[in-house]
Write a protein that binds this ligand. Structure first.
Ligand code: 3HC
Length: 311
């Protein structure tokens, strides 16, 4: 009996083979990758906005240059991921339309404001820290273009995390006001960073199937626990207090126990009612509209060039 296309596909996944764009794949496998990879790409692009706010306000040329490099990296991550998405049969224009119309999701974490310079340190330290924990397993995801994009992304993320932590270290070794700024930023970014890794495994609708397809290699709760275990000692070195009175080392499990996450806040932000959702989407739509003349000029120039070649 010849094996069905599904059986051949499942056997390939079981052998940890990379699925490439032109290979046969179940329609749902294609759809869930377009879903996750497009949200990932949108997150990178929207993620430029909170930090972009501080490029002109950075306290030194060195900080400005590092932040500029990080924001440019995020743009590049977004473009890699949009390109990887296009290999699954969705156009760049469709992806942009989904974002600009408010239909598409992007990471909840970018809907919070960056109020002081310390937020830039907290974002690099916590948000990029959580991103690395989430993205390292994705280097082994079964879809070839996504896995390969992640290898490059992860290398650049570690620079992002280190420059953020250095900002926090500098502030914590500075004046009382500077240390207070760092503590205030940690207070505001800690819980949203835990939520960034997604709902609990019990609430996660995609985890089971995504694990079967080796898209997701570790569950949301596993990654969240890994992030907490890694980050608490870093806060200790900074001399900062994590804003969770229930946070406690558990000798038996070898992990930190932590307090209840406010999932109502999470779903409110995901549904578009976070502190900055409207501002972030408005900024993207404005940038898209204000850049139309550049796209039109580039197309006109390309067509003229084509004609010249033909003529
Ligand atoms: N923000 C917004 N929506 C979220 C979310 C978050 N933090 N976490 C989960 N969701 C959504 C999911 O998209 C899904 O909704 P959908 O069906 O409409 O797509 C729903 O909540 C249920 O969640 P699941 O856990 O079932 O969904 P996933 O299996 O997709 O897991 C995820 C969520 C862990 C974020 C996974 O999608 C993932 O690993 N994505 C790739 C990494 C990524 O997107 N990171 C975002 C940050 S970008 C970044 O890190 C940039 C860096 O430079 C700072």
């Amino acid at each position: 009996r010849s094996r069905s296309l599904e059986e051949i596909f499942e056997a390939r996944i079981a052998r940890d083979e990379k699925i490439e764009p032109k290979d046969w794949m179940p329609e749902k496998y294609r759809q869930t990758h377009i879903r996750q990879m497009s949200q990932h790409a949108h997150s990178e692009i929207i993620g430029m906005l909170p930090e972009g706010n501080w490029i002109t306000r950075a306290p030194s040329l060195r900080r400005k240059a590092a932040l500029l490099a990080k924001v440019q990296d995020e743009a590049g991550h977004g473009l890699y991921l949009y390109s990887a998405c296009e290999t699954l049969g969705i156009s760049r224009d469709e992806l942009y339309e989904q974002l600009h119309s408010g239909k598409a999701k992007y990471s909840s974490i970018f809907n919070y404001p960056t109020i002081t310079w310390a937020d830039i340190g907290a974002i690099g330290w916590l948000v990029d820290g959580a991103a690395i924990i989430n993205q390292v397993p994705l280097c082994n995801t079964s879809f070839g273009p996504y896995a390969r994009a992640m290898v490059r992304v992860c290398k650049e993320e570690s620079f992002h995390q280190r420059q953020g932590y250095e900002i926090m270290l500098t502030l914590c070794r500075g004046t009382e006001e500077q240390k207070a700024m760092a503590q205030d930023a940690l207070n505001r970014w800690w819980w949203p960073s835990l939520m960034m890794l997604g709902p609990t495994d019990a609430e996660s609708i995609h985890t089971e199937q995504s694990m079967k397809w080796k898209l997701k290699r570790k569950s949301n709760d596993e990654l969240r626990q890994q992030f907490i275990d890694q980050t608490v000692p870093q806060a200790d070195i900074l001399g900062l207090t994590i804003p969770d009175p229930d946070l406690k080392w558990n000798e038996e499990t070898g992990h930190y126990d932590f307090g209840e996450i406010d999932w109502d806040e999470f779903w409110q932000v995901v549904k578009g009612h976070g502190p900055c959702n409207k501002e972030r989407l408005g900024a993207r739509v404005d940038a898209w509209n204000n850049g139309k003349w550049v796209r039109d000029a580039a197309m006109a120039y390309a067509e003229k060039n084509e004609k010249r070649k033909v003529a």
